[in-house]
Design a protein around this ligand. Structure first.
Ligand code: FAD
Length: 446
């Protein structure tokens, strides 16, 4: 049996389904997919990160007596060339619509075995007693108590008898040959995922209290490593449990939000394109409003700082994601799909399931939707979570000398002659009222 181990979003050797289920002779591969790379800007930071991670994986596999063949091609071409020499392909399952289509096409060329390797749960399982999937997080999470309360979740054990198939594949592709320039990445991304987790464990007991304050470094910052599978969610779960730290429960719960959104995308693939709750909404089509939101020129300091920071770094704190998503979908009344797409372009940790699920949540169109009358007031949010304006000042340098109180009062900056700050593009209370009325009408008509 000759098997291809197709690494994709599981760039690790520990807790690896591919290395556990492989039988004997293997060729581990990674494909830089021309279809995807062609649509990304040349300075995309994620490509730099993936490139580094793929080279590290190659080294790790070499230390196990294996190797990693790296291709720059369309996946179908790669498998057309390899199909005669191999019996099957092992890979981790991916429920993103592009991935499903791609894998179905590959399967026509060579048998493809998919494993649950990127998430803790297999979304096929864990249905309600009537056989239908959960749609609300809390009962879903409660139903998993045997897993979430366990002290350990079994990890995949590597088959140590694998042999590398000698194959004439090697053509080293540099990042430049892929059409990208090396990008400076945030320093935490250069850290090994387990080291990052260890650092986080030293402050996990303050996680619940501090995690909403976006100027405090209180969260794990593991989402990018998780996205590309440099560490598995199971490993994180087990390390956290083993640490026996106080208050880890809240963190484990967050880890299962990631599971929940993957579960939702698996059971409801249409939620990628449609409102999950089925309501029809006549969104605001004004392109200028959307553009100003993207560029961080809305005249609302916390929104502008969050968006400028995202555009510059590819990062955004969870509370800020909620605030800007509420502002776009409720105050500007712009379709969540536009925001979702924009985040997909920018976020270093972009994950289709979590992003779609969270956007639908923020827009009150999702599974477990926030009630439509709950609209975040961005000024109240900034006064609560960035009282001294530390985050805003760190991003918008021109505002460094400003009294932070002015950040939390609507149009206080723009009406102050000392500051050249634009007037807010929307009136917060009027737009809130409009959103609630529109949502109520849409619900009644549904
Ligand atoms: P921590 O607080 O340390 O949490 C640990 C891990 O739990 C995270 O790495 C993540 O994998 C998971 N997690 C935590 N909160 C959530 C959540 N609300 N939903 C799903 N998983 C969660 N997360 C992504 O990974 N990719 C996305 O594309 C993404 N898009 C989002 C879009 C919006 C509008 C919102 C409101 C949230 C989105 N999130 C997304 C969830 C969350 O913001 C990030 O996972 C989190 O900010 C990452 O930082 P961290 O690793 O320090 O998180």
């Amino acid at each position: 049996m000759r098997q291809i181990l197709w690494f994709r979003r599981d760039l690790r050797v520990s807790d690896s389904a591919l290395l556990a289920y492989a039988e004997n002779e293997v060729l581990p591969i990674f494909i830089f997919d021309k279809n995807i790379l062609g649509s990304l800007p040349k300075d995309d930071k994620r490509v730099s990160f993936i490139y580094e991670s793929v080279l590290n994986l190659k080294k790790e596999l070499q230390s196990l007596g294996l190797d990693l063949a790296i291709f720059y091609d369309e996946p179908l071409n790669v498998f057309k060339n390899l199909a005669n020499d191999f019996d099957e392909v092992l890979c981790s399952v991916d429920f993103d619509s592009y991935a499903i289509k791609r894998d179905n096409e590959v399967e026509k060329i060579i048998p493809l075995k998919r494993f649950n390797d990127s998430f803790i749960l297999n979304p096929n399982e864990h249905l309600k007693s009537d056989g239908t999937p959960y749609k609300v997080f809390t009962p879903f999470y409660k139903s998993l108590h045997l897993i979430t309360q366990a002290s350990n979740i079994e990890e995949y054990k590597r088959n140590e008898n694998l042999k590398l198939v000698k194959f004439d594949y090697e053509k080293f592709v540099s990042l430049e040959e892929l059409g990208f320039q090396k990008q400076e990445l945030p320093s935490f991304l250069y850290k090994d995922a387990k080291k990052l987790l260890k650092e986080f464990l030293s402050k996990i007991d303050e996680y619940q209290v501090n995690r909403d304050f976006f100027y405090i470094d209180a969260t794990s910052k593991l989402s990018v490593h998780l996205r590309f599978g440099l560490i598995s969610a199971k490993e994180i779960f087990n390390i956290v449990k083993r640490s026996n730290m106080n208050d880890y429960e809240f963190f484990i719960r967050e880890l299962f939000w990631r599971e929940f959104y993957n579960y939702i995308l698996f059971h409801f693939p249409n939620s990628q394109k449609e409102n999950f709750n089925g309501i029809e909404i006549k969104w605001n089509q004004n392109k200028e409003d959307f553009k100003k939101w993207c560029e961080g020129k809305t005249g609302v300091p916390i929104i502008d700082a969050a968006m400028i920071h995202l555009n510059k770094t590819g990062r955004m704190h969870n509370r800020l994601r909620m605030i800007v998503a509420s502002f776009l979908t409720k105050n500007l009344f712009v379709d969540w799909k536009k925001g979702e797409k924009y985040f997909a372009l920018k976020l270093l940790d972009y994950e289709a399931s979590s992003n779609i699920g969270s956007w639908q949540w923020a827009a009150s169109t999702g599974a477990d939707a926030a009630p439509y009358f709950r609209v975040f007031n961005p000024y109240t949010q900034s006064s609560k979570f960035d009282k001294d304006g530390l985050f805003i000042k760190s991003v918008i340098k021109e505002l460094e000398e400003v009294n932070p109180k002015l950040f939390h009062i609507e149009n206080a900056l723009s009406s102050n002659l000392f500051y050249n700050y634009p007037k807010a593009i929307v009136d917060i209370s009027l737009s809130r009222k409009r959103a609630i009325e529109n949502f109520k009408r849409a619900k009644d008509e549904n």
